[in-house]
Design a protein around this ligand. Structure first.
Ligand code: UDP
Ligand code: MG
Length: 231
């Protein structure tokens, strides 16, 4: 199977039906065989019921459901264990990432040069003060610490060779640093593609200010392990 599309979600009941039909449009147009892995990270709304409904009409959809909210990293990690596609795409559930990007990301991977291509929300539709400016600082610091120069390390939209996601373990807040984990696992060919971004259409962001603190603590701890673990 060429493509696995991995989507972690936490209380995204309004977005899921639209997202799935948008993905179906793209996969039909391009005649892809694919699977969609939807990971319910402990939603308390109707999201999981909606996934079960969607599965009735689309046999490509697989569902994983957590008993409680373990976080985006844990959700990605579980999906990575089961993903069968030669290439694995991750995207957010809230319609901020566009499925229209899938064909180009996939074609770029087929050229064989990259282990990962990370999306870059070049024109970003989020709050400037709480998201866009802190994100620039975060990308700068992370780039300095890890040696990986990406404009948008934490973009939810990415594509990986299957062996990359099978070689890493994503936990805590590490979903923000997957390219760093991949680099340490030996996958150094990390590309970047500007991607279309949209404002959140339904619901609210699931990450607050604490993401910076937790995120940097996790990066600091893995940097420590990376530096001293090898000695
Ligand atoms: N998400 C998740 N578990 C969480 C928090 C978020 O699975 O504990 C999902 C969320 O539903 C969305 C994606 O991760 O699909 C990105 O979250 P969000 O859109 O809230 O982040 P933002 O775009 O505001 O950074
Ligand atoms: Mg979002």
């Amino acid at each position: 199977m060429p493509l696995s599309i991995v989507i972690p979600f936490y209380n995204e009941e309004e977005s899921l039906p639209e997202l799935i039909s948008w993905i179906e449009n793209v996969t039909q147009t391009h005649q892809y065989s694919y699977e969609i892995i939807l990971v319910d990270d402990g939603s308390t709304d109707q999201s999981w019921e909606i996934v079960k409904q969607l599965q009735l009409n689309n046999t490509h959809i697989k569902g994983i459901s957590f008993q409680r909210n373990y976080g985006k990293s844990a959700a990605l990690n579980e999906a990575f264990k089961v993903a069968k596609g030669d290439y694995v795409i991750t995207m957010d559930a809230d319609l901020q990432d566009s499925p229209e990007e899938i064909p180009e990301l996939y074609n770029m991977m087929l050229q064989g040069k990259y282990d990962i291509i990370s999306g870059w929300k070049k024109k970003r539709f989020d709050n400037a003060l709480t998201k866009n400016i802190p994100s620039k600082l975060y990308n700068y610091v992370t780039g300095k610490m890890s040696g990986i120069k990406l404009h948008d390390m934490n973009c939810g939209l990415k594509i990986y060779k299957n062996k990359v996601i099978k070689s890493i373990e994503v936990y805590g807040e590490m979903h923000r640093y997957i390219p760093v984990l991949a680099k340490w696992a030996g996958f150094r060919n990390i590309g970047e593609k500007p991607v279309v971004h949209q404002a959140r259409k339904y619901g609210v962001s699931k990450f607050g200010w604490e993401r910076f603190v937790n995120g940097f603590l996790d990066l600091a701890s893995i940097m420590f392990v990376g530096k001293y673990g090898k000695k």
